[in-house]
Write a protein that binds this ligand. Sequence first.
Ligand code: DGY
Length: 326
Amino acid sequence: MGRVFVSRRVQGGALDTLVAAGHEVDLWPGELPPPPEALVEHLAGADAAMTMVTDRFSSALLATSARLKVIANVAVGYDNVDPAEASAAGIWLTNTPGVLAETTADHTFALLMAAARHVVASDRDTRAGGWKTWSPTAFLGSDVHHATLGIVGLGEIGQAVARRAAGFAMKVLYTGRMPHPDRERALNAEWRTLPELLAQSDFVSLHASLNPESRHLIGAPQLAAMKRSAILVNTSRGQVVDQDALVAALQGGWIGGAALDVTDPEPLPLIHPLYASPNVIITPHIASASFDTRSRMAAMAAANVVAVLEGREPPNPVNRPPRPRA
Ligand code: DGY
């Protein structure tokens, strides 16, 4: 029997699972994330937390959350918590691998195609009365079929994107920390170094998790190395791209466009120059947001909470605290 702080209303029956397992749920009622002082207050009395990527756990917060045994992120990413600090505090950190790759790949492809074929801009123009006639030259875009797609990070999501690319007869290149010969064969993908991939791709799709190595992986030199017609797609984390450099690249015509589900910061302030840059699509970090996938993510987080509160190892650990809190 424990008290579980849940930092946002979640999809599906995850909260019922917690209650059925005998736990008390303290649900944050707001649409917006709990502010830092509310997190401190609610976590001080919590045995477990079901949290979102928007809930930042500083070392001070870990220290004041004296009863906390598990942080169950409703996300595969966990850049809101330092796993080493959680381990040192004796707190399990868990995530939701495996369930969101296909849904995120769907959105990646939606963004890629929307940017290639001006779906958002032409819709806006049509609503504003811009559709005067069939035009032989309006909204000309780039072909997706038979184009070259460069995937940065051939993990679960990158592989799911590569499978979709096959249906469009795209040539698939990939890069990452190391080559994956087995995945290459299965996906008909070819390994390239990052500079090679950037120079050869018509679309570059980012699927790197955020860590000190991947922060600003795509900066001015990388953007300058891309084809002038290339479109950058980012459904990973905003900080993987140096956003000031991206603005310069778009405004300077170094690349053809960008389709972003993630920005730095989030939400992106409305005065940000990215909004005024040519051929940019921005969606509000919704790549995993299908009814089914968000239900599955919440259900996994609840299962992780229940396991830890019953004294078992969680099914999806990110860390392994040497002395888990009892
Ligand atoms: C994740 O799971 O890390 C996503 O970014 C949140 O949907």
